[in-house]
Design a protein around this ligand. Structure first.
Ligand SMILES: *Cc1c(COP(=O)(O)O)cnc(C)c1O
Length: 376
């Protein structure tokens, strides 16, 4: 089935050909170590790393030296959360997070709980939205950090990050957000947003896999180093720079910056067309997540008369998923759909469709036609 239409862009994306071409010289001939300052190979590698850092910082309007390269969002979250806890001394420590974080965030919190860290998991409403007042109510003097996902990877719901940031700023508590889904798709302007740390990956925005970053606001206490080594990344993350993927990440960010407004509009229109056609034409269909406060490229719908495995088998020509890539591997029912109040049957009939840059209008039309054609 190689002619499948790729519609799983919340899981990962196709590499942009311009990103791929940009990376090639750094694999082939510009193979220097960015920490080697005695020759031209090292210097051109260093230049590529710093250029990428600048491109990424422009996309979210921060300073270049507020960006630390990591292997991706998962590592960034580990650094932000574990590193902050490690720096917090021995007193009883409390973190506030949500029940619908990506498994990367939830698993780090579970790990910290084993060491006596107290975690408050904020619930969500039926759309998957957190009430900032619930966070405010949980803050106490032991609270060191709030960590909330910007946009959920399964149901696409976006959170009131600005309000939560304002609360954290007032209370002088560090605020971290997992923006793997929002970065490059929803404008983020750090001059106006009270966020202290952000985790994100290149492969969700048509860049290479295995590279990402942690943004740390200047003047804020940096998390304790989690990967010790040769002093790279301002001694925040050891290990030889992965120059080709860093360069590709920078290029992907530059392209995202040029396209973000247009793609936001085009994808939102396509998303809403797909949702409206399904809800209007398919008996027993329902939408998971918020109709408007959601990622421009995420659709999560259920079909009361058909399970998701039968659905995916029936519409084999589309590469879609039953939820997050992580949960489809473990075959656990989605904790995100559970958190918004879906029944077991509803969870088992829900599918996620993630549209992307390389989908054509014809592909979207074909998807709508196929899913709705039995219901005339
Ligand atoms: C994809 C994703 C992650 C994990 O990113 P990696 O690149 O696999 O580390 C974390 N959080 C969210 C919201 C994601 O979508």
């Amino acid at each position: 089935m190689k002619n499948q239409i790729y519609l799983d862009n919340n899981s990962t994306t196709q590499i942009d050909p311009d990103v791929f071409n940009y990376m090639l010289p750094y694999i082939r001939e510009k193979y220097g170590n960015a920490s080697s300052s005695t020759h031209i190979f090292g210097r051109e590698a260093k230049e590529a790393v710093e250029y990428a850092r600048a491109q990424i910082s422009k996309l979210i309007n921060c300073d270049k030296d507020e960006i630390i390269f990591t292997s991706g969002t998962t590592e960034s979250i580990n650094l932000a959360l574990k590193g902050t806890i490690e720096n917090s001394g021995n007193q009883r420590i409390h973190i506030i997070t949500s029940v619908i974080e990506h498994s990367a965030g939830l698993e780090v919190c579970k790990y910290l709980e084993k060491y006596g860290i107290e975690i408050s998991y904020i619930p969500v409403d039926k759309y998957g939205i957190i009430n900032p007042d619930d966070i405010k109510a949980k803050i106490k003097k032991e609270t060191v950090m709030v960590s909330i996902i910007t946009a959920n990877n399964e149901i696409g719901t976006t959170q009131p990050i600005a309000e939560i940031g304002n609360i954290c700023r007032e209370e002088n508590i560090l605020f971290h957000t997992d923006a793997a889904q929002a970065f490059g798709k929803i404008p983020i302007n750090l001059k106006y947003l009270n966020v202290d740390m952000i985790s994100f990956s290149a492969h969700k925005i048509y860049g290479p896999k295995g590279i990402g970053a942690l943004y740390i606001r200047k003047g804020k206490k940096k998390p304790a180093v989690q990967i010790h080594g040769g002093g790279q990344e301002n001694s925040m993350r050891g290990g030889t720079h992965n120059v080709p993927t860093i360069a590709g990440f920078g290029k992907a960010a530059e392209i995202a910056r040029n396209k973000i407004m247009n793609e936001f509009t085009v994808h939102t229109i396509r998303r809403d067309r797909i949702i409206q056609n399904i809800l209007n034409k398919v008996n027993g269909s329902f939408l998971n997540g918020h109709p408007v406060k959601r990622l421009p490229n995420n659709i999560n719908v259920g079909f009361r008369n058909i399970t998701n495995s039968v659905f995916i088998n029936k519409y084999k020509e589309f590469a879609i998923s039953t939820g997050s890539a992580c949960s489809s591997e473990t075959l656990q029912p989605s904790y995100v759909l559970k958190a918004i109040g879906r029944t077991k049957e509803e969870i088992n009939s829900s599918v996620r469709i993630g549209i992307g840059r390389f989908n054509t209008e014809d592909e979207i039309n074909y998807l709508i036609k196929r899913i709705t054609e039995d219901y005339k």
